[in-house]
Every structure is written in C-alpha cells, then in structure tokens.
Write a protein that binds this ligand. Structure first.
Ligand SMILES: [Zn+2]
Length: 62
C-alpha cells in the first residue's frame, strides 16, 4: 500500500485516508524526503518543520 503524506502537517499516513495528527483527509501521494521524529521536543528538524507529534514526516508535499 502506498504511503501518503498529509498536506497540512506532512505526516506520513499508512493504511488510512485521514491524518492521525490533524484529522485532515487531504493527503498527497506526491511527496519527497522522509524524516522520523522520535522526540519532537528535542529536535531541531521538528522545530523547523513545526512538528509536535513524533512519527514519520515528509519533507515536501505537493
Ligand atoms: Zn496532518
């Protein structure tokens, strides 16, 4: 099954049509880059991408 990325928060969504973080259902299959956030409070990249929930995120979505 293809992984999709939430256009709102960039969260990678697997086996679902809804983002588990922001409940958005506007998902994109055109995304690139992948970051895994383990601890959003101690991560520069999480801060940069405005990620507050640990998980997998795309760098870019279209
Ligand atoms: Zn989202």
């Amino acid at each position: 099954m293809a992984e999709k990325a939430c256009k709102e928060c960039n969260r990678i969504v697997e086996d679902s049509d809804e983002c588990p973080v922001c409940k958005n259902n506007d998902l994109s299959t055109s995304w690139s880059g992948l970051v895994v956030i383990y601890d959003s409070e101690d991560s520069e990249i999480a801060e940069k991408l405005e990620i507050k929930t640990p998980g997998k995120y795309a760098i870019r979505t279209r």
